[in-house]
Each structure stands twice: as structure tokens, then as C-alpha cells.
Write a protein that binds this ligand. Structure first.
Ligand code: FMN
Length: 370
């Protein structure tokens, strides 16, 4: 199925970036690419035997950067940039529109360098006229791009926000990676000053620390997506590419750094610096979502669990997300929370390595016992 959909490209695609997008999608659909741990197993919501609420009255609605979401879910950036990815983005965007949630497109670099690839991104806004949509460019590319490229990316999807992604772990492992990370913060600050829509900075699987979160806030970033460890590992994805290409060094580096980074649960607390936090990385069910929201996240981002469903069509994406929504509602019922705001004040127990790491880093874990 996956091969069928991803193998039917019409024209000849000569751009390496475009080809990589398909390889990434295929590897994420077919291989084990996850890292561990996310920290979620160390977090427990305190069960409330007397919830004293009607489950049917639970309201998952929330406002993020001024836009109403029916549920606190963002379909995290994944794809676009190759003709075969258009139907994947279409399925994801139709699901976002139907469910009243947000969606980010994958890195728009391929389309900024080859206009023919724009279609695979534009489809998102075409089929999701009311959804919160964010554009996406890589921090590693900011040295090459000026404000005009950033504006083109925004215009391409008529974006509500633009995400700048940080993926230096992957760049360091890819033989073709961009490893000049100097002046990124300066470039982020300039984009925050120059664009008229909110700027989100997102990691892509290795998490954001407190110091980086503070620097981003000071640079003018409107929200931080922690993109923590415990979900898709880009070091892991690169291992499979390296094996196929016989690149022994990249394979070794990918294996060694597979589980590198800050677990999502910890990164939510590290990044709580006064701007909204999106919890992404290893969110696989509604209990994970409830834990992230109770830790202080405003939204939960999901990528990998939607890859195979999106290759099959909108309905499968909707089904996975509806399942997560129902799981979240059950978790909220069992802790007696009617709203997302209530959930932010739910009691949590933090144990194990997550507790140790947070205490060593100087975070007050007792405040979650409330
Ligand atoms: C197939 C795939 C492609 C991705 N491509 C991008 C991308 O182009 N830009 C980006 O910012 N993040 C990208 N990501 C990272 C996700 O947005 C997310 O941060 C990460 O996968 C962690 O979430 P997960 O564990 O739910 O997959 C991609 C993820 C997947 C699975």
C-alpha cells in the first residue's frame, strides 16, 4: 500500500530535497523509528473516584494564538515537497478541517527551491479553509533565506503562524546536513520582528531546554513546540537511509544518537517560560495528551501515528484522532476535569528518572501535587 502510493510519482524529480521527503515518509511508515523514553511512564494523573462531573459535558475546546480549536491537538509538520506527498497532506488537512484542530506543513524548502513542489503544500489551505495552519522552514536554512522566502512560505498556505524547525541532530548525522548553526537565534529574532503572524519554534525530536526556551521567548517567539525525545527519532530515520546507501559513518552516528535528547515530559516543564507550549514527541494516546496538558502544555502535537493513516486517506486520520479524543475525555472524566483549563490544574505524581532529572535541574516537582 505504502509503496503503491509513494511509488507512483509522475514527473522526474531531480531535487535531492524532494527525494528525501519521500524516503522519510516511507521509512516512517515502514520501519521502527521511535526513540525512548518520553517520560510519560513516570507521570501519573491522580485518579478521582468521585469525579462529580457528567462525562458528556466535558469540553475540549481551547484557544491557541487567538484561534479556537475544538480539541487541543495539532497535526505536527510532516510533509509536502514531492508530488506524491500532495494526497498525504490533503488527507491530513481534510481531517484537521473536519475536527476543528490545527495542522502544520512539512519543511517548505523543496517548494522554495522548486516552484513545481508548491502544489503539495497549497492543497492544505485549499481543503482546510478554516483550520489553523502553520508554515514551516528550517533554522538551518535561515542563512540562505531572507524575509522574501519566509513570506513566500507563509503565502503558500495562507498561514496563521510560521514554524521554524530545529533539527541539528539530524543535520549532524546526514552526510549532506547543514551544520553551520551560527546566528540562528539572530535570524529567528529578525523573523519575529519582520513577519506579521506569530512565530513558533519547534524541535523535531530532541527537545528544548530551559535556557533555549528563555532565549526564544526573548527573541519574540509566540509559542514553543518542544518536539521532545520519545517519539520519532531523526537519528533513527537516518540509520535506515545510511544503511541503504552504505554510509558506515552516518549509520554509526545515527545508532549512537538514536535516543539523544530531552524527553518530551521534561521538555514541557523546561519550556514553560511564559509562552504557549505545544507538546510533541511520542504522543500516542489520550492519556499521554492529558499528562502533557496537566504538565502545562497548551496543545499536543501528533505526527508518526498519522503517517500510515494519511497514506490511506482522510477517514483513517479522522478515526485515529477521534480515538485519541475519546481517550482524552475518559482521562479527564477520571480526574474530574470538565475543561482543558481544569486539566492544567490536575494533580500529578512524577516518579523515576523524570523526577530525578527535574529535581537535579532545579524544577519544583511538588507544585504538581497541588
Ligand atoms: C514523516 C515525518 C516527516 C516530518 N517532517 C518534518 C518537517 O518537514 N518539518 C518539521 O518541522 N518536522 C517534521 N517532522 C517532525 C514532527 O513534526 C514531530 O516533531 C516529530 O515527528 C515528533 O512527533 P511524533 O513522535 O508524534 O512523530 C516529521 C515527522 C514525521 C513522522
Amino acid at each position: 500500500m505504502v509503496k503503491e502510493i509513494l511509488g507512483r510519482s509522475s514527473g522526474v524529480i531531480d531535487l535531492d530535497i524532494s527525494r528525501r521527503k519521500i524516503e522519510h515518509l516511507r521509512l516512517c511508515a515502514e520501519k521502527d523509528v521511535e526513540s525512548a523514553p518520553s517520560g510519560f511512564d513516570d507521570i501519573r494523573l491522580v485518579h478521582k473516584a468521585l469525579p462529580e462531573i457528567h462525562k458528556e459535558k466535558i469540553d475540549l475546546g481551547t484557544v491557541f494564538l487567538g484561534k479556537h480549536f475544538n480539541a487541543p491537538i495539532m497535526i505536527a509538520s510532516m510533509t509536502g515537497g514531492h508530488p506524491d506527498t500532495k494526497s498525504v497532506n490533503e488527507a491530513l488537512a481534510r481531517a484537521a478541517e473536519e475536527l476543528g484542530i490545527g495542522i502544520g506543513v512539512g519543511s517548505q524548502r523543496a517548494a522554495l527551491e522548486d516552484k513545481k513542489q508548491e502544489d503539495s503544500f497549497r492543497i492544505v489551505r485549499d481543503v482546510a479553509p478554516n483550520a489553523f495552519v502553520y508554515a514551516n522552514i528550517g533554522a538551518a536554512q535561515l542563512n540562505e533565506y531572507g524575509i522574501s522566502e519566509v513570506e513566500r512560505a507563509i503565502e503558500m498556505v495562507d498561514a496563521d503562524a510560521i514554524a521554524i524547525h530545529l533539527n541539528f541532530l539530524q543535520e549532524a548525522i546526514q552526510p549532506e546536513g547543514e551544520v553551520d548553526a551560527r546566528n540562528c537565534l539572530k535570524a529567528i529574532r529578525a523573523i519575529c520582528a519582520d513577519v506579521s503572524i506569530p512565530v513558533i519554534v519547534k524541535e523535531t525530536g530532541a527537545g528544548i531546554s530551559h535556557a533555549v526556551a528563555v532565549a526564544l521567548k526573548e527573541a519574540g517567539v509566540a509559542a514553543i513546540d518542544v518536539g521532545g525525545k520519545g517519539g520519532t527519532s531523526w537519528a533513527g530515520v537516518e540509520v535506515y537511509r545510511a544503511r541503504a546507501e552504505g554510509d558506515v559513518m552516518a549509520e554509526h552516528l545515527g545508532e549512537l544518537f538514536w535516543n539523544w535528547g530531552i524527553p518530551t515530559a521534561i521538555s514541557i516543564i523546561e519550556s514553560s517560560v511564559g509562552v504557549p507550549v505545544i507538546a510533541t514527541g511520542g504522543i500516542r494516546n489520550g492519556i499521554h495528551m492529558a499528562k502533557c496538558l496537566a504538565l502545562g502544555a497548551s496543545l499536543c502535537g501528533v505526527a508518526l501515528p498519522l503517517v500510515v493513516p494519511a497514506l490511506r486517506g482522510k477517514q483513517e486520520v479522522v478515526d485515529v484522532l477521534k480515538r485519541m479524543v475519546e481517550e482524552l475525555k475518559v482521562a479527564m472524566f477520571l480526574v474530574g476535569c470538565l475543561t482543558i483549563e481544569d486539566l492544567r490544574n490536575a494533580q500529578l505524581i512524577i516518579t523515576g528518572e523524570t523526577r530525578e532529572a527535574l529535581e537535579q535541574r532545579g524544577f519544583d516537582t511538588a507544585r504538581f501535587s497541588r
